[in-house]
Design a protein around this ligand. Structure first.
Ligand code: 0RA
Length: 635
């Protein structure tokens, strides 16, 4: 091969991956834990594409002791022969050229959009090392890379009749803030992927614990099982989820839905396995069809009289759990976070499937049909009553920020973009925080004890809770239909609770409140969690704080030998004096804040149901699993 042309292409390739290393955020969003986990999703999504194309049935993910991760699938294997355009093996092209994956991949529905679909080359670029093994064409092939560059060429190392791809990568500590993967994060994502791909078996294992952990996700019912899972701890209105599916030139659409006796709406929409948080045409089609069909049925049955107004979509979706999943060839993702489906053909496609399917279901199942309509009419009545109650409280000024809650220690700066409010567990920690804060831009609102679980209470009760009223008035935005982000009085809302089980409960309760009443605050990135330290290590005249067990170990190791030290374990915020609280948790220059994402809020809600529900078993399991973070349980 003439050297000039080869090296020319080589440079181009390196520039591509070099660009990824220079600006990782452009490709994976962040270099925090979220970006780290995207590496796994990216590799798994490629395996899922093989499954969508009908060639892969099993995907295994293993987290190893050194924080490396292996993803193995039994798909066709990445092609090993030379790609003419690049004069390199398919394996090398896939791993070193940006966006190459799709270019020489087959047709069919592909996972792509949002932050995904950037290709495994991005994972390679951001890994200190990556090893690949492909079984294909009767042989086993191997190759390795370091920081995106090949360190060995593709070689056949053995024979095999099987096919598949196995990728092991070590996330680069030079790139990522942390290289520690979270079991919970990966497990919930893998569960979701398995729900969305009927019968695909995904196994997740973790070799980091003394007792290795392993969980298998495989659902013969697909999104029907997803809906059952979401409704598991709720009382459903009809025994089996309603399900429709259809395939047309537009693609495939599947819908599963089941009402429960609760008050909240959980409607998840996916396009090519991507959670379309911002909705889009498929979701619009679903909602339109649902509202219309239920109203038609209620009128035909004489439940709604001629003079009655139609039931609103919100009334109909109270207590509804639904999953809408579409797969299409050329998805268009729009919106702020590229999670809004834009393909117009999907609106009428989903709408017609749901209209036909639901009308038939209602005709054939009169008992559930009546229960569903009756739930909607009750919701409509309650909503009218709540509106009245809200108008009443508003007239009294209770939800207006013109009468700020007495417990609020407000800040003096008025420019919302510059200010923050700490929601603090307990009056005593609230008192310390008030002394510690910078009163210029930091406001403090102490919350007493367990705030009301808005998941279990209707809006009327929620609005009569003093703590909830205090939060609403302090934040200034109003709630639900009347929510207005522009009115937010602070652009950072920081939840600060003790590092114990009660603190975790309270955090979950507050997140559930935001999730149900002010979801846009989460979308806007205004909600944060404070990170108080777990330990203080004192030696000589100095001291250091440790925020995790790992940090504590590191701090102790760093001490010169035979240095005397003491370790203080903080059980609650109350054990810190104002000065300590300031330097560890509130000083913008020294603190760490966790920004809450919609996924976190959903996970919190789930954890919260486990913890607060009436069943003992999930609570026990949760506490065992999270033994690390609830180590003060019985101290
Ligand atoms: C390109 C083309 C083909 C498969 C793949 C890539 C592929 C990529 C990954 C990544 C992880 N697992 C994978 N499995 C397959 C199609 C090959 C053919 O036509 O035989």
């Amino acid at each position: 091969m003439p050297e000039s042309s080869y090296s020319g292409k080589d440079i181009q390739v390196l520039e591509g991956l070099e660009a990824v290393r220079k600006r990782p955020g452009m490709y994976i969003g962040t270099t925090g834990p979220k970006g780290l986990h995207h590496l796994v999703y990216e590799v798994v999504d490629n395996s899922v594409d093989e499954a969508l194309a009908g060639y892969c049935k099993n995907i295994d993910i293993a987290i190893h002791q050194d924080d490396s991760v292996t993803v193995t699938d039994d798909g066709r294997g990445i092609p090993v022969d030379s790609v003419p355009k690049y004069k390199k093996s398919g394996v090398e092209v896939a791993l070193t050229i940006l966006h190459a994956g799709g270019k020489f991949g087959g047709s069919g529905y592909k996972v792509s959009g949002g932050l995904h679909g950037v290709g495994v080359s991005v994972v390679n670029a951001l890994s200190s090392r990556l090893e690949i093994e492909v079984k294909r064409d009767g042989s086993i092939w191997e190759m390795a890379f370091e920081r995106g560059k090949p360190v060995a060429s593709l070689k056949a190392t053995g024979k095999s009749k099987a096919t598949g791809t196995k990728i092991t990568f070590w996330a680069d500590p030079e790139v990522f803030e942390t290289t520690e993967f979270s079991w919970d994060t990966l497990a919930s994502r893998m569960r979701e992927t398995a729900f969305l791909n009927k019968n695909l078996k995904i196994t997740l294992s973790d070799e980091r614990e003394l007792e290795p952990r392993k969980e298998e996700f495989r659902y013969a019912g697909g999104i029907i099982d997803f809906v059952k899972y979401l409704n598991e701890k709720k009382e459903s209105l009809h025994s089996r989820p309603i399900y429709f599916e259809s395939e047309g030139p537009e693609g495939v659409a599947e819908v599963a839905l089941q009402w429960n006796t609760g008050y909240s709406e959980t409607v998840l929409a996916f396009a090519n396995n991507i959670n379309t948080h911002e909705g889009g045409t498929h979701l619009d089609g679903f909602k339109n069809a649902l509202t219309r069909t239920i109203n038609d049925y209620a009128r035909r049955q004489g439940i709604l009289k001629e003079k009655d107004e139609n039931l609103s979509g919100e009334d109909i979706r109270e207590g509804l759990t639904a999953v809408v999943s579409v797969k299409l060839n050329e998805p268009q993702f729009e919106g702020q976070t590229k999670t809004k489906l834009g393909n117009t053909e999907m609106r009428s496609f989903v709408q017609s499937i749901v209209t036909a399917g639901l009308a038939e279901y209602l005709e054939e199942n009169p008992k559930p049909a009546r229960a569903i309509v009756s739930k909607s009419t009750q919701a409509a009545k309650a909503r009218a009553a709540a509106r009245k109650a809200r108008e009443l409280t508003r007239r009294k000024g209770l939800l207006e920020s013109s009468t700020l809650p007495g417990k609020l220690a407000d800040c003096s700066v008025r420019e919302a973009a510059l200010t923050e409010i700490y929601l603090v567990e307990g009056d005593s920690a609230g008192g310390s925080a008030k002394q510690a804060r910078d009163r210029g831009f930091q406001a403090i609102l102490p919350l007493r004890g367990k705030i009301l679980n808005v998941e279990k209470a209707g809006i009327n009760r929620a609005l009569s809770s003093e703590e909830i009223q205090a939060m609403i008035t302090a934040l200034g935005t109003g709630i639900q239909e009347e929510f207005d982000l522009e009115q937010a009085r602070y652009h950072k809302v920081i939840i600060m609770t003790d590092a114990d089980v009660d603190g975790a409960h309270i955090r979950c309760l507050i997140l559930t409140f935001f999730y149900r009443y002010m979801r846009e605050m989460i979308d806007a990135g205004y909600i944060y969690i404070a990170q108080p330290p777990l330990y203080k290590v004192a030696y000589g005249k100095k001291h250091e704080y440790a925020y995790t067990d790992k940090e504590l170990q590191a701090a102790l190791r760093a001490l010169p030998e035979s240095t005397k030290y003491t370790i203080q374990r903080y059980k609650g915020l109350g054990e810190m004096n104002p000065e300590q609280l300031w330097e560890t948790t509130m000083d913008p220059d020294r603190r760490t804040l966790l920004q809450v994402s919609l996924d976190d809020a959903m996970a919190a809600e789930e954890a919260f149901i486990d913890l607060m529900g009436d069943q003992v078993e999930p609570r026990k399991l949760f506490i065992q699993r999270h033994a690390k973070s609830v180590r003060f349980l019985d101290v």
